[in-house]
Design a binder for this molecule. Structure first.
Ligand code: F6R
Length: 614
């Protein structure tokens, strides 16, 4: 939710700021803006509704020569996505500029107070109060020191924030604050940098400083970065993180869009994750730092996540209950945070989050920590808040996922969940070593099974025609594949804006069947599994109503092929792992439908990759 960048140093700021915004655009793309300190000692900037590309066009016509500046790409919370609500926001004097990611919950009281004191506001955002609070502090107790002024301003705020601020009265300096929303910094010979995440800094450094919640930082033109506590004491050894991601991993590399690239990267992501995980002692997950006795004592597991990651959680429950014989509760984090939980000394919470920054998921983890549970995170982003705040981290190592629509993180998270399940099952004695090895060997075949599906993308392209005149679609599946149906429907509506609903196939007759009419597309996942016959009966019910049935079926299943309009074929796959293979067809199908409808698959409207507000 919102991407922010800042730079001060010896080079021109605008090129880095615009490149940084392009990299962070997946975090929000309602509007964008940039503010720099001109040679005449005045702030000047450009901001507009729309994408970073529109901002870049306007910047090309503006004089933004400066070696110090801040910039922002927005996902609107308070105030419509228009020019006046775009960041950066200025104070009344035009000498303070801020960019903010997060929500200021008490902005309304603060705004009333500031207006009563004579401040005038130029936007409808919650963020603008920060600029005015800094204005007062600069003229008062902070005596022209932007870092002190930001600290005094933050002391008045409630909510969450990453703020980057600059002032014409403290030239060449950038002040940063963090509470709840992510912010990373870099100190280099060429200057000092701030950004919402490491992808924006991958081209300038391989080592970042991670600001902790409640910390502040000062970035100076000589490239130095100093970190301070809430009370103003300097932190002698801030948290460093070495980035081993290749900067080119976040570029298109010849693909038409990131969604296409990331779908195709799934086999390699899974290979990376599986490498070296099987030893003579079973699955190796030492990074979790939990003893066999502690595993054997686990009485209940809560799995908490949002969106696509929540779908991984649903399948995780089935796996853990079947193989590790531990009761599992799985909840969307946004609901979980308002529910009562039963926690004992032996309760485990597993959060699943690609970004590691989803506010609801982090709040769930904190709630479980407070209740005394051990918390493990399955995440992609190195050094993310989820990783830092958890007792154990299993990185999925999928590399940067840029497309807002999650694809490779979904399948990698699922494989991570299988590894975790095998680990727990083996260590608590529910699964024998031989069985663990057999399941692991099955896992190692997944990359090739997915490659086979990727080679069949023409089937998805052809099936996309069935959605040309549709206003809605239904996705059906049974068992673990009712979750595949849910994830397939989410992909379709997210990138194509076509309404889609998922249902357990057997439940269709209890309501959704009323939707069916000739031409209505119904996607049914019907692999060669224990419920195949039952699912075929549901296909018959669909066909009897004249609806158009598209089936995901196992190679050679002529019974299914003879019934339906289109088949998306998957190679024979062990039953529990079908969701990891079948979803690849549904990802490609959603993409083709979206492209046919003229949608931007990487940046669907209203969405942001990292949802840092509750
Ligand atoms: C859908 C999608 C979202 C995310 C959700 C959670 O394609 O990407 O539903 O899965 O916002 O995000 P993370 O996994 O980063 O916590």
């Amino acid at each position: 939710m919102c991407g922010i960048v800042g730079y001060t140093g010896a080079s021109q700021a605008a090129p880095f700021l615009l490149d940084g915004l392009k990299t962070l655009e997946y975090r929000g793309y309602d509007s964008a803006g940039i503010e720099v300190l001109g040679g005449d000692g005045r702030l000047r900037g450009v901001k507009c509704a729309g994408r970073v590309s529109s901002l870049a066009e306007r910047c090309a016509k503006a004089d933004l020569r400066s070696t110090c500046g801040i910039a922002h790409t927005r996902w609107a919370t308070h105030g419509a996505p228009n020019d006046r609500n775009a960041h950066p926001h200025l104070d009344c004097t035009g000498r303070v500029a801020i960019v903010h990611n997060g929500i200021i919950e008490n902005f309304s009281e603060l705004k009333d107070e500031l207006v009563a004191a004579g401040h005038s506001f130029a936007s409808d955002t919650d963020s603008e109060v920060i600029a005015h609070l800094i204005e007062d502090a600069m003229a008062g107790d902070a005596a022209g020191d932007i870092l002190v002024a930001l600290r005094l301003a933050c002391a008045r705020l409630e909510g969450s924030w990453a703020v980057v601020a600059m002032s014409a009265d403290d030239p060449g300096r950038i002040a940063c604050a963090r509470k709840g929303s992510p912010l990373v910094l870099a100190s280099t010979d060429g200057g000092a940098y701030a950004a919402s995440d490491i992808t924006a800094l991958a081209g300038v450094t391989s080592r970042v400083i991670q600001l902790d919640n409640g910390q502040f930082a000062s970035l100076d033109a000589d490239g130095s970065v100093r970190v301070f506590t809430e009370t103003g004491d300097e932190v002698s050894s801030p948290d460093f993180l070495d980035i081993d991601w290749d900067a080119s991993a976040a570029t298109l590399g010849g693909y038409p869009d990131f969604m296409a690239k990331e779908i195709s990267e799934q086999p390699e992501a899974i290979e990376r994750l599986l490498k070296g995980r099987l030893t003579d002692n079973g699955i190796e997950l030492d990074e979790l730092e939990i003893s066999d006795e502690e595993i054997a004592a686990i009485d209940r597991i809560y799995v908490v996540a949002c969106g696509t990651s929540y779908h991984v959680g649903l399948i995780t429950r089935t796996l853990i209950e079947s193989w590790a014989k531990i009761p599992v509760v799985v909840e969307p984090a946004s609901e979980f945070n308002y529910e009562d939980v039963l926690v004992t000394d032996h309760t485990l919470c597993v959060i699943i989050t690609q970004s590691g920054e989803t506010a609801d998921t982090l709040a769930s983890a904190r709630k479980m920590h407070e209740a005394g549970a051990r918390v493990f995170a399955i995440t992609n982003v190195l050094g993310s808040t989820a990783a830092r705040e958890s007792d154990g981290v299993l990185y999925i190592q999928a590399g940067p996922e840029v497309s807002v629509c999650s694809t490779k993180a979904y399948t990698a998270q699922m494989v991570a969940a299988v590894l975790l399940t095998l680990y727990l099952a083996h260590r608590n004695g529910s699964m024998a070593t031989g069985e663990v090895s057999r399941r692991y060997r099955e896992l190692t075949k997944l990359p090739d099974l997915i490659r086979t599906v990727l080679d069949r993308s023409w089937q998805d392209k052809a099936a996309a025609h069935e959605f040309e005149h549709a206003g809605s679609a239904l996705f059906l599946g049974r068992g673990v594949n009712s979750t595949t149906a849910a994830e397939g429907a989410l992909k379709l509506k997210e990138v194509s804006y076509l309404h889609a609903e998922a249902y357990p196939a057997g439940e269709m007759k209890h309501g959704p069947i009323a939707l069916l009419e000739p031409g209505f597309p119904v996607v049914t996942i019907v692999p060669n599994d224990r419920v195949r016959e039952k699912t075929i009966s549901n296909i018959q019910e669909v066909i009897a109503r004249g609806a158009t049935c598209i089936a995901v079926a196992t190679d050679g299943d002529e019974d299914v092929a003879s019934l339906v309009e289109r088949v998306l074929w998957i190679p024979p796959t062990p039953e529990y792992f079908v969701p990891i293979v079948a979803i690849v067809h549904l990802q490609m199908l959603a993409r083709y439908v979206a492209l046919a409808r003229g949608c931007d698959v990487d940046k669907p409207r209203n969405l942001a990759k990292s949802v840092t507000v509750e």
